[in-house]
Each structure stands twice: as structure tokens, then as C-alpha cells.
Design a protein around this ligand. Structure first.
Ligand code: NAD
Length: 440
């Protein structure tokens, strides 16, 4: 640990602030050194993290590397490759009334001490990827992993101090009491990933100190399948996106909207896609994950009756296993349609066509992601113009968040602010306006 077990949250924050105030974290050399050490942690100790992810979520080694460990390594490499360019002061034209010798520019200043609070579903990636941006921006960082992924939390609490500068980076483990105590402290930015109920608590606590906040939240991300789309391709991509991490992905397609004919044909394609991915007995597949805990298992079990089972439907509480499940004939107000599913259940809701699909989406909270499967340019254009979502994916779920040159974040109920790549520098820095006029 970076701190003795008796060190209180206030003491940890005070220690990090004292370090930040010395200026130690500001030079670009310190920042790149931390990123390199974080990279070394992931490459040298990736197997430990993969084992922890398997213990917490039944994640396969392949999935652990692809979606958490290598994902973060790629984010680090992208940042190391561009940081100098991103940090360069950006000139702004000075207006004529200030005279020809006046110049203006912006420069990025680190904010200070940043708190990163992570959830359990991608417990390594969602703690470390924000840290990449916070460190690259020259901040001290206090990292709070999720207590609901205890093995990963413990691994991160051991590894981060072993690799990073312990004077400027600390890990505090714990649940509600520890996080509540942390939120009493003053931070210069809070980066929270998780659900909207806690997001509101974070925002309220931050208001006391006028601390800026990024909220990476969730919600129901729709997938509209247009008439005439190649349904074998659609089903394969939907199933991969939905059933990754047993559906416990913030940007997973939550439900499908399609006209009745398309929906009927999609059913068979989804049955084939699930069999191709996980075989006839997904419980025996090493590539298929488990539900994080009994509480979520019970919640999801209660949603299995929301429609006609097309494939799956089975579950085993002792193993926290819920089969990859597709439900058809789902009513718009069925239980499975009233909350973010966050599990391996894919409901299909029928709509008359594009107009009704757009109305359906716009009648609900703005989603974190919206997916559209269509060959029609007009449909693409109408969806882009007439709906609002954190991200928009044509033809491929989840993939937009692997493009580090795109901002990742929500809008409305799905969150505020964004990150990845240079957008993380925007989030974790203050862009200072500078005007210069020579004295003579
Ligand atoms: P969680 O239960 O692990 O909670 C997230 C964090 O909040 C944890 O670190 C936890 O300790 C802390 N926390 C919980 N209760 C608290 C309280 N009362 N006060 C202070 N802190 C508290 O994770 P979760 O919220 O179940 O995560 C799932 C949600 O997160 C889903 O809605 C999902 O869509 C969303 N999510 C969003 C993203 C994204 O990038 N936008 C990524 C993953 C998950």
C-alpha cells in the first residue's frame, strides 16, 4: 500500500497535495516516466491482473488482456506517442485593437489532486485508463477501485504503489464508508465511473468544494436493426458486443429495435451466433463470464421472464451463471425494459420502422451509446441528426471506445464530460488563457 493502514483519507489527500505543491508532477519527464512504469506494471504483472479478473468475473485470459490489460497499454502508447504535441501551447490570434505586437495562446496546467473512482465491471481498465490521462496531465492521483471486484482491487492496491511514484499516487480500497470519507475531502477533479444514483452523490459532495466532476454513467443503449440489413453479420456483431463480460459492459447493446419481419428473421440468426461464440453449452465455455455477485444474479434472474425465450434462459445461482439469452415479443414497458440490464439478456422490441424507432429512443433517457445496422445512407443521416447519445456506432457495437482519438463519455443521464487520448488532457488540465503585450 502507498500508505500505512492507519493513514486516514484526509492524511492521504494532504500528502498528495503536498507533493503536487512541490511541482514534482509537472515536468513532462515525470509524467512520461509514470506512464512507462504503468506500462511495465501491465506487461510484467498482467498475469496477476488476469487471474484477479478471472476470480472476480470469470473473465477469460483472452478477454482480460483484450479489454483491460492490453487496452490500457494501447492507451498509454497512444498518449506517450502524442503527449508533447498535445501539450504544446496553442496560439490564438490577438485582435487588432491590442496592437500588432500582442500575442495570445493557451497552455495546459495540471489541476492538482485527482480522485478516480472505478466500478467493478472492467475494474482494471476503468481505474487505470483515467489514471493515464490524469498522470499525463501532471496531476497527483488518488485511485479508488471497486470493492465489488475484490481480487482486482487488492491486486491494484499492491501493484500500483510497487510501480508508480508513491509520493504522488495512492490507492485507497474500500466501499461506501471509505468513499464517503474521501468525498468529504477537497479534490481538484473527481472522475467517477458507475451508476447515476452514486453519480448524484459524487456531484453533491463535489459542489461543496466547487470541484469539477466527470461522470461516466450508463443506461439503456439501443440497437436499431433496419430492414434489409445482413442479419447474420448483425447477429454476430450484436452477440459479441452484448455477451462480452456476460453483458456487464456500460456500452453493451441493451435492447434491439426492429420491425416485425426483421425481428423474426433476426431470432434465428442470433441463435446461430450464440452457438458459434459459446457452443451448445455456454456454461462450459471458458470464453463466457459470470455475474459479479448474487445480488446482480437475482436481479437479472427476475428479468428472464420479460418475454419469449429465443435462446438461453437458463441460470445457476451457485455458479453465478446466466446463459446468453435473447427474448422476443418484449413489451416496451416489460421489467427488462425499465432499467439498464447490465447482464446477458437481449430483448427484441418491435417497432413499425425508423420513425417509431427514433421516437422510442427520444422518449427515453439519452443513451451512452446508440447502434444502428443499416445499408441506408438516409437512415444513417436521420439517426445522426435526430437522436442524441454519448456515442454512435454504425454496424459495430462497442468499437467506438477503442478509438482513442474519439472522446468517450455520455450525455444527459448517461454522464457528463469525456476522456481517452487528447480528450483526457482536456479533462484533467486547466486550459489557461495567456495574453502577452511587450512593455516596449
Ligand atoms: P460499483 O457498485 O462498483 O460503484 C462504482 C463506484 O462507486 C465504486 O468504486 C463504489 O465503491 C462507489 N460507490 C458505491 N456506492 C457509493 C456511495 N454510496 N457513495 C460513494 N461511492 C460509492 O459500480 P456500479 O455503479 O454498479 O457500476 C455499474 C454502472 O456503471 C452501470 O450503470 C454502468 O453502465 C456504468 N458504467 C459506466 C461506464 C462508462 O464508462 N460510462 C463504464 C462502466 C460502467
Amino acid at each position: 500500500m502507498t500508505h500505512s493502514s492507519t493513514e486516514q483519507p484526509a492524511d492521504v489527500v494532504a500528502r498528495l497535495r503536498a507533493t503536487f505543491d512541490t511541482g514534482r508532477t509537472k515536468p513532462v519527464e515525470w509524467r512520461t516516466e509514470q506512464l512507462r512504469r504503468l506500462r511495465a506494471m501491465l506487461t510484467e504483472r498482467g498475469a496477476d491482473l488476469a487471474a484477479a479478473l478471472n476470480a472476480d468475473l470469470g473473465k477469460s485470459r483472452t478477454e482480460a488482456y483484450r479489454t483491460e490489460i492490453d487496452f490500457t497499454v494501447r492507451e498509454i502508447d497512444h498518449t506517450l506517442g502524442h503527449l508533447d504535441a498535445w501539450l504544446r501551447p496553442e496560439p490564438a490570434p490577438a485582435p487588432a485593437h491590442l496592437g500588432a505586437d500582442a500575442t495570445a495562446w493557451t497552455q495546459y496546467d495540471p489541476l492538482g489532486v485527482v480522485l478516480v473512482i472505478a466500478p467493478w465491471n472492467y475494474p482494471a481498465q476503468l481505474l487505470l485508463a483515467p489514471m493515464v490521462g490524469a498522470l499525463a496531465s501532471g496531476n497527483a492521483v488518488l485511485a479508488k477501485p471497486s470493492e465489488l471486484a475484490p481480487a482486482t482491487s487488492a491486486a491494484l492496491a499492491e501493484l500500483i504503489p510497487a510501480y508508480l511514484d508513491t509520493e504522488a499516487v495512492a490507492v485507497v480500497e474500500g466501499g461506501v464508508p471509505q468513499t464517503t470519507a474521501l468525498l468529504d475531502e477537497r479534490f481538484d477533479h473527481i472522475f467517477y465511473t458507475g451508476n447515476g444514483t452514486v453519480g448524484r452523490l459524487v456531484l453533491r459532495a463535489a459542489a461543496e468544494h466547487l470541484t469539477p466532476v466527470t461522470l461516466e454513467l450508463g443506461g439503456k443503449s439501443p440497437a436499431f436493426v433496419d430492414r434489409g440489413a445482413d442479419l447474420d453479420v448483425v447477429a454476430d456483431r450484436l452477440a459479441r458486443g452484448k455477451f462480452l463480460n456476460a453483458g456487464q459492459t456500460c456500452v453493451a447493446p441493451d435492447y434491439v429495435l426492429a420491425d416485425p419481419g426483421t425481428a423474426a428473421a433476426l431470432e434465428g440468426a442470433l441463435v446461430r451466433a450464440v452457438a458459434t461464440l459459446f457452443g451448445t453449452d455456454p456454461a462450459a465455455s471458458t470464453e463466457y463470464g459470470r455475474i459479479v455477485n448474487e445480488r446482480h444474479f437475482d436481479r437479472l434472474s427476475g428479468l428472464l421472464g420479460s418475454g419469449r425465450v429465443v435462446v438461453g434462459g437458463g441460470s445457476d445461482r451457485t455458479d453465478r451463471y446466466i446463459a446468453p439469452t435473447v427474448l422476443a415479443d418484449v413489451a416496451p414497458d416489460a421489467p427488462v425494459m425499465r432499467e439498464e440490464i447490465f447482464g446477458p439478456i437481449l430483448p427484441i422490441v418491435t417497432v413499425a420502422g425508423l420513425d417509431e424507432a427514433i421516437g422510442f429512443i427520444n422518449d427515453r433517457d439519452k443513451p451512452l451509446a446508440l447502434y444502428v445496422f443499416t445499408e441506408s445512407e438516409e437512415t444513417r443521416a436521420r439517426i445522426a441528426a435526430e437522436t442524441s447519445s454519448g456515442g454512435l456506432g454504425y454496424g459495430l457495437p462497442l468499437a467506438h471506445l477503442t478509438v482513442f482519438d474519439l472522446p468517450f463519455g455520455g450525455v444527459g443521464e448517461s454522464g457528463m464530460g469525456n476522456y481517452h487520448g487528447r480528450y483526457s488532457i482536456e479533462t484533467f488540465s486547466h486550459r489557461k488563457a495567456v495574453l502577452s503585450k511587450p512593455l516596449s
